[in-house]
Design a protein around this ligand. Structure first.
Ligand code: TXE
Length: 484
């Protein structure tokens, strides 16, 4: 393995100081596995507990800081991320494998999120004053910070997801212990390094890197952690939920999706194909909002499949930093093996293979895979389980009612999209899709940062993330009565 030049050793950030870990780990470039992106410090449970203690000690200070101070800190972080978006995007592309334009876009998004919550810090009270039902009594409803929040994040959006948890947590006066996925430690460290220079009181923000089972679990178990926000797999989310429930900690989970994109007979077919390509395959399909079930009305089924197949053949799978790459590598060898196993299982259960689904060789050794398309039936595993790779299936629907029934027949409920030129159908779908987010003539992936994000059923648990709704999770409501 060759060492890369960009990254200094990524260390833990605990109580305002950079600290070595108990052991260390390496993160590698999925486009070229010879390249080490960073060597990072790995914490154990006791080091995680030090960070939690530091956050608890810092809470009284930060929770009483003025809205102006919080706004200034968040604005400074957002400005630096935006100014350095190219550099951060490059790091992200090298470590996670998103194409460079996608990665720079994500870095910019992280900056915009901090800027948004700088504004929210000024509006944090959300106070309401009401007349009481009793004479001469006034009632007010105010929001207060929770305390220490533990933030556990996945690898697929290594800057944006941490940003949309850290920024509202700080804006609302909480102190933070942040644990990124080990696969993207350099991105977690880079974000922490920017935050470390933003004049927060020592201990208000802490970074601990290491295994989920040890460091993540320490956050879940600690009685000093008042709330946990988690994004990741359903299996780990269940563990987090059970652990948090045992000690009645507040918890918010964002997990998987199996998002439907309906294509009706009246749709603009070129636009529908575009939505399918972007939604299912861009970011290598590694998005909880990926359009992995393409539900197509019978009259346009064959034309849609033919056009989609043609588009997929024209996509370039390659090194994330190479100009013209449409689809970067899969994040690591474990996820690639999982994707290939899902493709093999789809063949075994009789789904009709249209194209793709093979591991690819490129000039550098990486986790490359061709975009896969199958024709499937709703009961098949490929149509029911999240794969989290560049794999989608087309499901034939007799009519709109049938398409809607297939769309809702899933344990998940994150996002659902429809391509149609009928306003009546679009409005009906928006009302009847059992999800947290709907899209009309748009891919299911690709959301704004100033509005709620989240879903129903097995996809999400607890209050929504992002936008003004983030206050629901990151604050506690207090009702005050005053007799005048
Ligand atoms: O997720 P994990 P992984 C799905 C996707 C993917 C699969 C596995 O299908 O193939 O999950 O990915 C931490 N207590 N998604 O292994 O294990 C862990 O260290 C506390 C969908 O990366 O859920 C990491 O920081 N924390 C998803 C985070 O949890 C624990 C995005 C997520 O890891 C822990 C990512 C524990 N016991 C994966 N064990 C989406 N829908 O966006 C692990 N962690």
């Amino acid at each position: 393995m060759k060492r890369s030049d960009l990254q200094q050793k990524a260390r833990q950030y605990i109580n305002g100081r950079w600290q070595s870990g108990v052991t260390s780990g390496l993160s590698e470039n999925p486009s070229d596995t010879r390249e080490v992106v960073t060597e990072y410090a790995r914490a154990d449970r006791s080091q995680a507990e030090l960070a939690i203690r530091a956050a608890a000690d810092a809470f009284p200070h930060w929770s009483q800081s003025t809205p102006q101070r919080r706004a200034d800190v968040l604005d400074q972080i957002g400005s630096e991320i935006l100014a350095r978006r190219e550099e951060l995007g490059l790091l992200l592309a090298r470590e996670e494998g998103k194409t460079l334009p996608e990665a720079v876009g994500e870095a910019a998004r992280a900056g915009q999120i901090f800027k948004f919550f700088a504004g929210e810090a000024l509006r944090v009270s959300g106070s309401q004053v009401l007349a009481s039902v009793r004479a001469d009594v006034q009632v007010d409803v105010t929001r207060e910070p929770l305390g220490v929040v533990g933030l556990i994040t996945p690898w697929n959006f290594p800057l944006a997801i941490p940003a949309w948890k850290i920024a509202p947590a700080l804006a609302h006066g909480n102190s933070v212990v942040f644990k990124p996925s080990e696969l993207v430690s350099a991105c977690g460290w880079a974000l922490a390094e920017i935050i470390s220079r933003a004049a927060l009181p020592a201990g208000t923000f802490n970074l601990v890197m290491g295994s989920g089972r040890e460091v993540g679990q320490a956050l879940v178990d600690s009685p000093l952690v008042d709330a946990i926000s988690f994004t990741g797999s359903v299996a780990t989310g269940e563990l987090v939920l059970q652990g948090a429930a045992r000690r009645r900690a507040k918890v918010q989970l964002e997990m998987s999706g199996k998002n439907p994109l309906l294509v009706l007979a009246d749709a603009d077919l070129a636009r529908a194909v575009d939505c399918a390509v972007q939604g299912a395959y861009f970011s290598t399909g590694q998005r909880c909002t990926a359009s992995s079930r393409l539900i197509v009305e019978a009259p346009v089924h064959d034309a849609f499949v033919a056009q989609l197949r043609q588009r997929l053949a024209s996509l370039k799978v390659g090194h994330a930093l190479e100009r013209g790459t449409d689809i970067g590598p899969v994040v690591d060898r474990v996820q690639l093996a999982r994707n290939l196993a899902a493709v093999a299982s789809a063949r075994e259960e009789g789904a009709e293979h249209v194209c793709g689904g093979e591991a690819l060789q490129r000039a550098t050794v990486g986790h490359y895979m061709s975009p896969a398309l199958f024709l499937a039936r709703p009961e098949q595993r490929i149509a029911r389980e999240e794969i989290f790779g560049p794999v989608a299936c087309v499901l034939r629907a007799d009519d709109y009612a049938h398409a809607l029934q297939i769309a809702n027949d899933t344990p998940f409920g994150l996002c659902a999209g429809i391509c149609t030129t009928s306003l009546a159908r679009a409005m009906h779908f928006k009302r009847h899709a059992k999800v947290g987010m709907t899209m009309v003539n748009l891919p299911t992936a690709g959301v704004d940062y100033h509005v709620p994000f989240g879903g129903r059923k097995a996809s999400s648990y607890g209050p929504r993330e992002q936008g003004r709704h983030a206050a629901e999770f990151y604050t506690s409501v207090k009702t005050g009565y005053v007799h005048a």
